[in-house]
Design a binder for this molecule. Structure first.
Ligand SMILES: [Zn+2]
Length: 198
Protein backbone atom coordinates (compact mmCIF):
# COMPACT_ATOMS: atom_id res chain seq x y z
CA UNK A 1 0.00 0.00 0.00
CA UNK A 2 1.22 3.49 -0.90
CA UNK A 3 0.79 5.57 2.23
CA UNK A 4 2.06 9.11 2.45
CA UNK A 5 5.46 9.14 4.17
CA UNK A 6 4.13 11.28 7.05
CA UNK A 7 1.24 8.88 7.63
CA UNK A 8 3.37 5.77 7.62
CA UNK A 9 5.81 7.50 9.95
CA UNK A 10 2.94 8.27 12.35
CA UNK A 11 1.70 4.66 12.24
CA UNK A 12 5.21 3.46 12.88
CA UNK A 13 5.66 5.85 15.82
CA UNK A 14 2.39 4.76 17.44
CA UNK A 15 3.71 1.22 17.66
CA UNK A 16 5.92 2.25 20.58
CA UNK A 17 2.76 2.24 22.72
CA UNK A 18 2.38 -0.91 24.84
CA UNK A 19 0.01 -3.44 23.31
CA UNK A 20 -0.35 -1.53 20.02
CA UNK A 21 0.35 -3.68 16.96
CA UNK A 22 0.33 -2.62 13.29
CA UNK A 23 -3.47 -2.80 12.94
CA UNK A 24 -4.23 -0.75 16.05
CA UNK A 25 -1.54 1.77 15.14
CA UNK A 26 -3.20 2.26 11.77
CA UNK A 27 -6.63 2.63 13.37
CA UNK A 28 -5.38 5.19 15.90
CA UNK A 29 -3.57 7.21 13.23
CA UNK A 30 -6.68 7.42 11.01
CA UNK A 31 -8.85 8.23 14.01
CA UNK A 32 -6.60 11.10 15.08
CA UNK A 33 -6.32 12.58 11.61
CA UNK A 34 -9.96 12.14 10.59
CA UNK A 35 -11.90 12.70 13.76
CA UNK A 36 -9.82 14.33 16.44
CA UNK A 37 -7.18 16.71 15.14
CA UNK A 38 -7.48 18.89 18.26
CA UNK A 39 -6.93 15.85 20.46
CA UNK A 40 -3.96 14.83 18.33
CA UNK A 41 -2.38 18.28 18.69
CA UNK A 42 -2.92 18.17 22.46
CA UNK A 43 -1.33 14.72 22.61
CA UNK A 44 1.67 15.85 20.57
CA UNK A 45 2.18 18.97 22.70
CA UNK A 46 1.80 17.07 25.98
CA UNK A 47 4.36 14.52 24.87
CA UNK A 48 6.91 17.17 23.94
CA UNK A 49 6.19 19.07 27.16
CA UNK A 50 6.48 15.96 29.35
CA UNK A 51 9.70 14.85 27.70
CA UNK A 52 11.19 18.28 28.22
CA UNK A 53 10.08 18.82 31.83
CA UNK A 54 10.02 15.43 33.51
CA UNK A 55 13.29 14.17 34.92
CA UNK A 56 14.29 11.79 37.67
CA UNK A 57 14.05 12.85 41.32
CA UNK A 58 17.57 13.13 42.71
CA UNK A 59 16.61 11.27 45.85
CA UNK A 60 14.15 8.52 44.88
CA UNK A 61 14.73 8.30 41.11
CA UNK A 62 11.00 8.58 40.36
CA UNK A 63 9.64 11.12 37.87
CA UNK A 64 9.75 14.75 38.95
CA UNK A 65 9.74 18.24 37.44
CA UNK A 66 11.73 19.70 40.33
CA UNK A 67 15.10 18.31 41.49
CA UNK A 68 13.13 16.50 44.24
CA UNK A 69 9.67 14.98 43.78
CA UNK A 70 6.71 15.99 45.98
CA UNK A 71 7.01 12.89 48.18
CA UNK A 72 10.71 13.43 48.88
CA UNK A 73 10.07 17.14 49.57
CA UNK A 74 7.22 16.44 51.99
CA UNK A 75 7.94 16.97 55.68
CA UNK A 76 5.10 14.64 56.62
CA UNK A 77 6.75 11.47 55.33
CA UNK A 78 8.60 9.02 57.56
CA UNK A 79 12.21 8.90 56.42
CA UNK A 80 12.96 5.81 58.53
CA UNK A 81 11.23 3.51 56.05
CA UNK A 82 12.22 3.23 52.40
CA UNK A 83 10.12 1.23 49.95
CA UNK A 84 11.87 -0.10 46.84
CA UNK A 85 9.68 -0.48 43.74
CA UNK A 86 10.27 -1.18 40.06
CA UNK A 87 8.50 1.80 38.50
CA UNK A 88 6.86 5.18 39.18
CA UNK A 89 3.49 3.51 38.47
CA UNK A 90 4.13 1.25 41.49
CA UNK A 91 4.64 4.34 43.68
CA UNK A 92 1.25 5.59 42.53
CA UNK A 93 -0.42 2.24 43.33
CA UNK A 94 1.03 2.13 46.84
CA UNK A 95 0.11 5.78 47.44
CA UNK A 96 -3.45 5.04 46.35
CA UNK A 97 -3.60 2.14 48.81
CA UNK A 98 -3.14 4.83 51.49
CA UNK A 99 -1.34 2.67 54.04
CA UNK A 100 2.26 3.74 53.59
CA UNK A 101 3.86 6.95 54.81
CA UNK A 102 7.55 6.29 54.23
CA UNK A 103 9.74 7.26 51.30
CA UNK A 104 10.52 5.38 48.07
CA UNK A 105 13.31 4.35 45.81
CA UNK A 106 12.39 3.58 42.20
CA UNK A 107 14.63 1.12 40.35
CA UNK A 108 13.22 1.96 36.91
CA UNK A 109 13.36 -1.72 36.06
CA UNK A 110 14.27 -5.10 37.52
CA UNK A 111 17.20 -7.45 37.19
CA UNK A 112 16.92 -9.40 33.97
CA UNK A 113 20.09 -11.22 32.93
CA UNK A 114 18.46 -12.38 29.69
CA UNK A 115 17.82 -8.77 28.64
CA UNK A 116 21.25 -7.69 29.87
CA UNK A 117 19.80 -5.70 32.79
CA UNK A 118 22.20 -6.01 35.70
CA UNK A 119 22.71 -4.17 39.02
CA UNK A 120 24.16 -1.09 37.28
CA UNK A 121 21.13 -0.66 35.02
CA UNK A 122 18.71 -0.54 37.96
CA UNK A 123 20.75 2.00 39.92
CA UNK A 124 21.70 -0.26 42.83
CA UNK A 125 24.80 1.85 43.51
CA UNK A 126 22.50 4.83 44.08
CA UNK A 127 20.20 2.75 46.29
CA UNK A 128 23.15 1.69 48.40
CA UNK A 129 24.22 5.32 48.83
CA UNK A 130 20.64 6.34 49.58
CA UNK A 131 20.11 3.88 52.45
CA UNK A 132 23.18 4.89 54.43
CA UNK A 133 21.93 8.41 55.16
CA UNK A 134 21.70 7.53 58.86
CA UNK A 135 17.91 7.95 58.81
CA UNK A 136 16.69 4.87 56.93
CA UNK A 137 16.11 1.96 59.32
CA UNK A 138 13.97 -0.39 57.28
CA UNK A 139 13.87 -1.13 53.57
CA UNK A 140 10.62 -2.64 52.27
CA UNK A 141 11.08 -4.59 49.06
CA UNK A 142 7.98 -4.13 46.90
CA UNK A 143 9.19 -5.40 43.55
CA UNK A 144 6.70 -7.45 41.54
CA UNK A 145 5.99 -11.11 42.29
CA UNK A 146 7.34 -12.19 38.93
CA UNK A 147 10.43 -14.37 38.62
CA UNK A 148 12.51 -11.27 37.82
CA UNK A 149 10.94 -9.16 40.56
CA UNK A 150 11.60 -11.93 43.10
CA UNK A 151 15.20 -12.29 41.94
CA UNK A 152 15.64 -8.52 42.23
CA UNK A 153 14.20 -8.51 45.76
CA UNK A 154 16.49 -11.38 46.73
CA UNK A 155 19.57 -9.62 45.34
CA UNK A 156 18.79 -6.30 47.04
CA UNK A 157 17.88 -8.10 50.27
CA UNK A 158 21.28 -9.78 50.41
CA UNK A 159 23.06 -6.53 49.55
CA UNK A 160 21.32 -4.49 52.24
CA UNK A 161 21.28 -7.03 55.07
CA UNK A 162 25.04 -7.31 54.50
CA UNK A 163 25.37 -3.64 55.50
CA UNK A 164 23.23 -4.17 58.59
CA UNK A 165 19.84 -2.83 57.48
CA UNK A 166 16.48 -4.31 58.36
CA UNK A 167 14.97 -5.55 55.10
CA UNK A 168 11.35 -6.69 54.70
CA UNK A 169 9.36 -7.97 51.72
CA UNK A 170 5.70 -7.05 51.16
CA UNK A 171 3.47 -10.07 51.71
CA UNK A 172 1.68 -11.77 48.87
CA UNK A 173 -1.97 -11.88 49.53
CA UNK A 174 -5.30 -13.06 48.28
CA UNK A 175 -7.30 -10.40 46.48
CA UNK A 176 -9.81 -8.74 48.78
CA UNK A 177 -13.20 -10.32 48.25
CA UNK A 178 -11.42 -13.32 46.75
CA UNK A 179 -12.64 -16.80 47.46
CA UNK A 180 -10.06 -19.52 48.03
CA UNK A 181 -11.45 -21.80 45.36
CA UNK A 182 -11.01 -19.12 42.69
CA UNK A 183 -7.45 -18.18 43.56
CA UNK A 184 -4.56 -19.70 41.61
CA UNK A 185 -2.60 -22.28 43.55
CA UNK A 186 0.69 -20.38 43.68
CA UNK A 187 -1.00 -17.30 45.24
CA UNK A 188 -2.75 -19.57 47.73
CA UNK A 189 0.50 -21.40 48.50
CA UNK A 190 2.26 -18.08 49.16
CA UNK A 191 -0.60 -16.94 51.38
CA UNK A 192 -0.23 -20.06 53.49
CA UNK A 193 3.57 -19.83 53.64
CA UNK A 194 3.43 -16.10 54.47
CA UNK A 195 0.80 -16.52 57.21
CA UNK A 196 1.18 -14.35 60.31
CA UNK A 197 0.10 -14.69 63.90
CA UNK A 198 -3.25 -13.12 64.85
ZN1 LIG B 1 11.67 11.66 45.09
Amino acid sequence: MNLSPALSQLIDALRCLPGVGPKSAQRIAYHLLQRDQAGAARLANSLVNALEKIHHCQKCNSFAEEPLCAICRSLKRDGHVLCVVESPADVLSIEQAGVYNGLYFVLMGRLSPLEGIGPDEIHLDRLRERVVDGVVEEVVLATNFTAEGEATAHYIGEMLTAIGLKVTRIARGLPSGGELEHVDSSTLAQAVIGRREL
